[in-house]
Structures are given as C-alpha cells and as structure tokens.
Design a protein around this ligand. Sequence first.
Ligand code: KMH
Ligand code: ZN
Length: 308
Amino acid sequence: MSKILITCAVTGSIHTPSMSPHLPVTADQITEHAVDAAEAGASILHLHARDPETGQPSADPEHFMAFLPRIKQATGAVLNISTGGSAVMTLDQRLAAPKLAEPEMCSLNMGSMNFALYPAAARIDAWKHDWEQPFLENSDDLVFKNTPRDIAGILQTMGAERGARFEFECYDLSHLYMLRHFVDRGMVEPPFFIQFVFGVLGGMGPDPENLTHMKTIADKLFGQDYMFSVLAAGRHQIPLTSMAAAMGGHVRVGLEDSLMIARGQLARTNAEQVVKIRRIVEDMGREVARPEDARQMLGLKGADRTAI
Ligand code: KMH
Ligand code: ZN
C-alpha cells in the first residue's frame, strides 16, 4: 500500500459557531488550527474562509488572504482551497479567492445535489449569530449547483489556466460517472484524487457497503489511474476513514466534517482529529505521507508556483 495522505479540512461552511465554541473562524484561529494540524501529520489542508466577526462562511479573498500566507510560511503542507465554498454562494463568488491565490490544489464538486443542513438547527437551543438559524433552516430548499458547465469552467479556470490539481468531491456513484465523462473529454489528467463523501443529507449515506461499492465502480472506471480518500460527516468520520485506510485509501478529517473527537465530546482543535486518525492508520501499518510525498503522489506544481 502507498503512503497515506491525511487531509485536514479546517473549518468548512457547514457548521456554525453555535454548534461549537472551538470552530475556527478568525484568521488567527484558522492559521493556528491549520498549522497544528499540519504538524500533527496532515499533508493537505483543505481551506474555507469565514467572516471573523460573525463566523459566516465567506468568499471574500481578503478573508482568505488574511490566513493563507501565514499558513504557507509556517508549514510545508499543501494548501487546497475549496471551490465549493458554500452552497448559498454563486460560482463566481466561490472562484474569487481560488483564482487570486492560484493554489496547488482545489476541491471540485462533481454534481448538483441537495445539501440539507436543517436537521442540525433543531439541536441548537442558543444561537450566537442571527444568520445561523435561517442559513440552516432554509437548506430544505437549497440546491448545491455544480452542473457540467460549472465543472468544465472550474477545470478550465483553475486547472488548465492556473495549474491546480483537484480533490474531486464525489457524494454519490453518479459523480464518479461525471468524472469519467470529463476524463473522456480529455479535460483531466491522471492520477485522479477522488474524495468519497459520506453522510451529507442529499448524498450517499455512511454505510460501509457504499464505500466498497464506490471503490468497485471507481476501479472499473479509472483502473490504476486514481486514488481515493474518504470523509464522513459527524460520528461516522472515524469509522469510515479507518475503513478507507484499511482498504488502501486515504483519509480526510477536520472540523469541517465533524465537530467531535469522541462520543459526546467536542474536538477542541483540528489537530486532535489528525492525531487520532494518524494513530489508527499507523497501528494498521500505514506510513503517513509528508507534504513532499503528497506533491509527488498527486503531481502538484509546487508551493513556489502559487500566488499565496
Ligand atoms: N463540505 C464537504 C461535505 C468543498 O469544499 O468543495 C465537501 C467539501 C466541498 O469540502
Ligand atoms: Zn470544503
């Protein structure tokens, strides 16, 4: 088995400040969490920005640029900027910071889908900020738009024009076939780094059978040309990522995907989750990839060829 890539998704755009006092929202907090996660063994940092006053997911390049150079200076980790942003943002908004920063890696969501966060609203009794409740509750009528035209545009703008390589976010079997379609159009080059996403309401559920089936179909569609990683929402994070590691895949953890470190216990830092999955995968005999390994395995352009 290859060395294992640990991605840490530091803050995301799903959770809100009322859910955990430990969710990083300011540039200082995002920087500290990201750097500590890299020191704990994450070779890839998947990054979103937030408004430092309200904690609201932000597409503002200034919010990104308040932490990206600091993280780059402090770690050798690969900086991977989300192009998914938040499902409530337009595609132009989602692309503003990635276009400016020209990172080595970007996420790329492989299909349009429901992205239903509203069940989480029912579990919150005290709201910290006004935006949070409508943001969560209105997700019962929200489409996360990633049409073939959107995908082609991101491949062109970030890949062909800026040399980024992708974390292909696949929430469903159908998204693997969409990726294959873009391979057939000659718009993506191997090796493909495919993130299997479990547990978003609107995507596939966190059943182990779904993971084995995703791998079976990905093996058929991409053969030796791909590697897979797994992220799973909430309490499914560690069971599903551990299963991926046992199957030869890679793992993603971080407060974007789960706020917990154990049953009933909030994670205080992203690094805690990295330490936990690192211990598990090393106990399985997997060797953790360093950032240089990640760059070589994924064919990245190098940190010196970004605008960060
Ligand atoms: N929030 C995750 C479910 C993205 O940033 O492009 C998937 C994600 C999307 O990380
Ligand atoms: Zn993300």
